[in-house]
Design a protein around this ligand. Structure first.
Ligand code: AMP
Length: 190
């Protein structure tokens, strides 16, 4: 796995644990020579993650739309900063550049980005792994919601299981290495 896109908060969160989670992931990327693809911002969990990969000698590619370049304070010291015209272009560029996707803690923007890659994997638009790094139990409620969706038959077990979850960075990356994509989603009549 040469590059992974990470979706994460433009805020740093209430607990120091979120910063530490970003630092642990960033160090592991640099150690494993995985290029970080991310939203190009210098603030929040995004900024901490990018700074860590760079400090540890790794490569970081940021993808930011002109609309947000100033507002989110784009990072000025990345290996490469790609400026795009729209949010849609940002997501498709990140999808094209990455071999897999990870969500770190974040807000609605993070979830929107993660759900797009997850749902695109269900319908076979890509075969890349999607994972959640469950730092500080942040995503416990979302994971319960996935279980609820499966129990209520709105999410098939193979797609539920396709979302790789771990609270440990190495554990999650090992799951990425042995990932087998699910078969493409089919639909049945009521
Ligand atoms: P947040 O998790 O809300 O702090 O946002 C994290 C990142 O997601 C930021 O870089 C936002 O610009 C980005 N973002 C917010 N809304 C969207 C959206 N609708 N589509 C794609 N990215 C978004």
């Amino acid at each position: 796995m040469k590059s992974i896109a990470v979706f994460c908060g433009s805020s740093i969160g209430a607990s120091e644990a979120y910063r530490q989670g970003a630092i642990l992931l960033g160090k592991e990327f640099a150690k494993r020579k995985i290029t970080l693809i991310y939203g190009g911002s210098s603030i929040g969990v995004m900024g901490t993650l990018a700074d860590t990969v760079l400090q540890e000698g790794g490569k970081v590619i940021g993808v930011i739309p002109t609309l947000l370049a100033e507002r989110e304070i784009s990072h000025q010291h990345l290996t490469e900063l790609i400026i795009v015209n729209s949010m849609h272009e940002r997501k498709s560029k990140m999808m094209e550049l990455a071999d897999g996707f990870i969500a770190l803690p974040g807000g609605p923007g993070t979830l929107e980005e993660f759900f797009e890659v997850f749902t695109w994997s269900q319908i076979g638009l890509h075969q890349k792994p999607c994972g959640i790094l469950n730092v500080n139990h942040y995503y416990d409620l979302l994971i319960s919601l996935f279980d609820h969706m499966q129990n209520e038959q709105f999410l098939q077990p193979q797609y539920r299981n396709a979302v790789l979850v771990d609270s440990d960075v190495s554990g999650l990356l090992e799951k990425f290495s042995s990932y087998t994509p699910p078969t493409i989603k089919t639909y049945r009549k009521n």
